[in-house]
Ligand binder design. Structure first.
Ligand code: C2E
Ligand code: CA
Ligand code: CA
Length: 538
């Protein structure tokens, strides 16, 4: 394409080669002949003006002024032709450039910048293509959705560039286990998807297994070695399944794989959809459960083993649903934690529990050394106004901070982030008791018992199940109790169901116990009866 200077030069070269008559005859032509040629000239100019740039006017052999004008017009036409075609070339070149940029932009809009994989948009286009192909007799499509299991920990402990390196490695491993015709996409964060077209059910499952195995191999990031696993959901498309439904169901299967313990593969089943609907129904209803007065606290006594005295109570929440009856916390606390509703729920539980404690104080005078235990979820530790809320609620209800014990599960306390640790220390400084809950279910370690800002440890009920029948279990529980005491913490054992268990634990030096043997979770009024009876006995 002639552009700029070189284009200009080429054009002048072409003009120079045009055959121009050198001399023009001066003799005046006969009038009629001139008229005819003038008409020709006018016609030619009209055609040229109309855009017919290839039109030329035939000069006569008279070579007079008219012929000179004709030759001039022809030259002009020639020049216009060159300019015109040059412009057309330039326009064509610019259009091609624009088209390339547009394609590049489209490409960028459809790929993930970090990994170069397809993004959600491109994946859904490809799924639609695959669905279109299968409608015309092509083979069925399947989608895998993969979510890394421990990516947040990698990001948090090793930094974001290490996290990025892991994501890049994951994408290349995923690419290596599928065929070039399959689409690997990054959906965002640590979530990936694979579209497999034209494979049998067995092949799809096989690919999922290969992906799981490829991802659990260790990775080298800088000088560090990192392990990660993935939870994988599979959905094979049924006729009538839309692209969105296919993705949604693969996603649901992935969540199921997570819920079943991670590093697993689950195939979508319609029952899973019912479970999801049930969860979203619960979520919607839970949102207003507290304000609709459907939540209630029951209180389970905590007993001083040596004296049988009620040393306190643990508040346990119940949801009295207008249609489904009483729903136990195991069926909604997890959902509340996942959706963030736990923050509002936890706020209600704290307020209700503490104001009930102040009512007991008024109704059962002489109540000393009686503590209220409240379960606190991990997310609540990072509720911005938690400390202020607790301080204010205690003050408003005239309850001393030492009467409140917050139960926090072992797994949270094991690896608190900087924010959580600060809150825990501030709570201790305030005088609020901190208890490690469910001790013995996680990865208990001796060293963390000493460093935690807790003052009591609640040994999980699973550890005392076979206490009466299994001598090894007795030795184990005894060792755990000694460990707790060596760390200068007080032990309480939960889930005591028999007199024998209570007696054995007391003999082992355990100070406090809780369980059906002493009392089930009960309404506040029942607790008051216990407290009054105890008061009369004193
Ligand atoms: P958790 O904190 O370990 O509470 C003890 C659970 O064991 C309670 O179940 C209690 O009823 C049950 N339990 C007590 N004694 C015995 C016994 O002798 N044998 C047996 N088999 N079980 C016994 P619940 O009330 O269903 O609570 C389940 C879990 O829900 C709690 O476990 C706790 O993690 C959570 N939860 C309950 N209330 C709250 C709350 O107000 N806030 C938060 N964040 N979580 C709560
Ligand atoms: Ca508890
Ligand atoms: Ca517990």
């Amino acid at each position: 394409m002639p552009t700029g200077e070189s284009g200009e030069r080429q054009r002048q070269d072409r003009i120079a080669t045009v055959d121009v008559p050198e001399t023009f005859p001066c003799a005046a032509p006969a009038e009629g002949a001139a008229d005819g040629r003038l008409q020709l000239l006018v016609d030619g100019i009209v055609r040229l003006a109309a855009g017919e740039l290839s039109a030329r006017i035939e000069p006569s052999d008279q070579r007079d002024e008219i012929d000179a004008v004709i030759t001039g017009v022809n030259l002009l036409a020639e020049e216009l032709g060159y300019i015109h075609s040059d412009l057309e070339e330039r326009v064509a070149a610019r259009t091609a450039m624009l088209r390339r940029t547009q394609v590049e932009l489209e490409q960028m809009a459809k790929t993930d910048a970090l990994t170069g994989l397809a993004n959600r948009t491109l994946l859904s286009e490809r799924i639609q293509d695959a669905i279109g192909a299968s409608a015309q007799g092509g083979s069925a499509a399947a989608v895998l959705v993969l979510d890394l299991d421990s990516f947040k920990a990698i990001n948090d402990t090793m930094g974001h560039s290490a996290g990025d390196a892991v994501l890049v490695e994951v994408s290349s491993r995923l690419r290596s286990v599928v065929r070039a015709s399959d689409t690997v996409a990054r959906l965002g964060g640590d979530e990936f998807a694979v579209l497999i077209a034209g494979a049998t059910e067995e092949e799809v499952v096989h690919i999922a297994h290969r992906a799981r195995e490829a991802l659990q191999e260790c990775m080298h990031v800088g000088s560090e070695t990192v392990w990660t696993t993935a939870s994988i959901g599979i959905c094979l498309r049924n006729p009538g399944h839309s692209s969105e439904e296919l993705m949604r169901d693969a996603d649901i299967a992935m969540y199921q794989a997570k819920a079943q313990g991670r590093n697993r593969i689950e195939r979508f089943h319609p029952d899973m959809l019912d479970a999801v609907r049930e969860r979203s129904r619960i979520t919607a209803e839970l949102r207003t459960a507290a304000s609709d007065g459907q939540l209630a606290l029951l209180y389970q006594p905590v007993i001083e083993l040596a004296s049988g005295r009620v040393a306190g109570v643990e508040a346990l929440v119940r949801w009295h649903h207008p249609v489904h009856g009483t729903i136990m916390p195991d069926n909604f606390i997890g959902i509340a934690e996942e959706t963030g509703l736990i923050l509002e729920l936890g706020r209600w539980i704290l307020h209700e529990g503490i104001s009930q404690l102040s009512r007991w104080k008024r109704e059962a005078p002489g109540l000393t050394d009686f503590r209220l235990h409240i379960n606190l979820s991990a997310a609540e530790l990072l509720r911005g106004d938690l400390l202020q809320d607790i301080r204010d609620t205690l003050a408003t209800n005239d309850v001393e901070p030492g009467r409140l014990v917050l139960e926090i599960t072992e797994t949270v306390l094991m690896s608190p982030g900087a924010g959580e640790e600060q809150v825990l220390r501030a709570l201790r400084a305030m005088g609020v008791g901190l208890q490690i809950d469910d001790f013995g279910t996680g990865y208990s370690s001796i060293s963390y018992l000493r460093t935690l800002p807790a003052d009591t440890v609640k040994v999980d009920h699973s550890l005392i199940k076979d206490l009466e029948s299994d001598p090894r279990q007795q030795k184990f529980v005894s060792a755990i109790l000694q460990l707790i005491s060596a760390a200068e913490l007080e032990a309480i054992v939960e889930g005591i169901e028999t007199a024998g268990q209570a007696a054995q634990l007391q003999a082992m030096g355990c100070l406090y116990g809780q369980g059906y043997y002493f009392g089930r979770p009960e309404p506040a009024v029942e607790v008051l009866k216990r407290l009054r009876t105890a008061g009369q006995q004193r």
